[in-house]
Design a protein around this ligand. Sequence first.
Ligand code: S3P
Length: 166
Amino acid sequence: MQNVILIGFMACGKSTLGKKLANKLNFEFIDTDKEIEKNENCSVTEIFEKFGENHFRELEKKLLVSLQDKQNCIISTGGGLPCFNENMTLLNQIGTTFYIKLNPIELTKRILNAKTIRPLAKDKTQDELYTFVKELLSKREEFYSKSKFTLSGKEQNVKFIESILF
Ligand code: S3P
């Protein structure tokens, strides 16, 4: 079967849902941030600090190209990946894309409560973070909305995705 690709803003739950889906379908699970960290032997935060965001975006593109021949994988993408270097076109060729859509209030709460450090969102007060999320999300919607399916809150579960796939 073709791959399943989960897309959405940082902290929307792509990896959690992706792992559950991979378990259920017995598919390989690939998290693009984790793959880049493994390949570079360096955390995403360190890559941003040492080499800058543009370099990270190049690594994302390189990884995506290397995933083209994969099959039966659940791929969870970094929040910015679909929005650079025409990646959305390639994502739609590699698999069935699902946009996990959450609103800026929910996303802000989840980013604040998360253990993962997100270089673009760190060192911000709650108000600053909300404004940042709202503005960046409104720019990124254009790319996310090119996904084949958009999942709203109640649809963001394994059962619903399975019902679409099979
Ligand atoms: C980013 C999201 C992060 C990670 C990097 C940049 C973004 O992934 O790729 O910090 O630009 O939105 P998550 O979506 O898993 O947080």
